[in-house]
Design a protein around this ligand. Sequence first.
Ligand code: ACO
Length: 327
Amino acid sequence: MITSDQTAVLAGLGTCLPVGEEDNAALSERLDTSDSWIRERTGIAARRIAGPDVSMRDLAVAAGENALKAAGLAEVDAVVVATSTPDRPLPAAGPQVASSLGLGSVPAFDVSAACSGFIYALAVSAGLIGTGLAGDILMVASEKYSRAVDPADRATRVLFGDGAGAAVLRSGRRDERGAVLAVDWGSDGTGRDLIHWPGGQGGYLSMAGKRVYLKAIEHMTSSTLRVLDQCGWAISEVDTFVPHQANMRIIRAVAQQLSLPEDRAVCALERTGNTAGASIPLALAHGQANGTIRAGDRMVLTAFGAGLAWASAALVWPEINTVESEL
Ligand code: ACO
């Protein structure tokens, strides 16, 4: 629960997607799958795949630079990178992103919460700003899941894509548009084997799809209800719902459980697939570009993924710029 008057306010958004697009037809040539199966079961038509010369950090730096441009800032007090597909286990990507952006010797670190990474980073950043430990923060969610999935596994290969999204947060008051009003977050380590990636020589990502599907609906629904409760909003007052973009059927099921009209849910996965931690900022940029998200909208963000970890946040959408690029 956020109780202080001073909180984080969203000041700019940036994204970066790899140029390489892989559609369902291209995947169907290599795997025992089809465009109709993937579309019907997931809503995904294509995903962006970064080439070997584009790293998770490259995507993070480009998205971060775009968010700084969007916010009109050249300096921040801290950098937070959310990723579950780091280029290397050690060191964290945060300091490298900060150096590449010329941000000096600011504190910089990573948050590992998979698909909930962006909202976890938002929660941590709001805490740092709320306590006065930082003023402006650059937070970046960047993922390269094409490294983690088995190219021969149709069950996971069709789902994931690469990409990055970033936001600049500044210190402000609760009554300003863009202020982070409430956060709900949680975890359940007993579900650690439902989605896991041993990394190194240990192999590829594995996911118990059906069980994850059911857990995603359960936790995104309950976490959304808790965050609404914190800010005193009824579900009917939510203008825009921005869920983690894993599967269109999960998004529909959560909307149904919440009795939320489906057209209030932003759906941006058709051409990007599941980009894990980056999916929420990419969906925000998508919604802003196509007019689904408007300044003044009461908005709830919610996510669920490996950990298990889930998180939700509430805010009123501000008038901000979004800068997008491809790499
Ligand atoms: N093409 C064709 N057939 C396939 C494919 C494919 N790409 N993938 C699986 N199948 C087959 C299966 O082998 C199975 O065949 P069988 O019945 O002969 O055994 C059949 O399709 C049905 O498989 P299910 O797994 O039951 O399919 P389901 O309808 O559950 O959809 C999916 C699978 C899309 C993975 C779904 O379970 C899902 O979206 N799960 C949640 C994913 C998610 O939310 N992840 C978020 C977290 S990710 C993170 O945090 C990193």
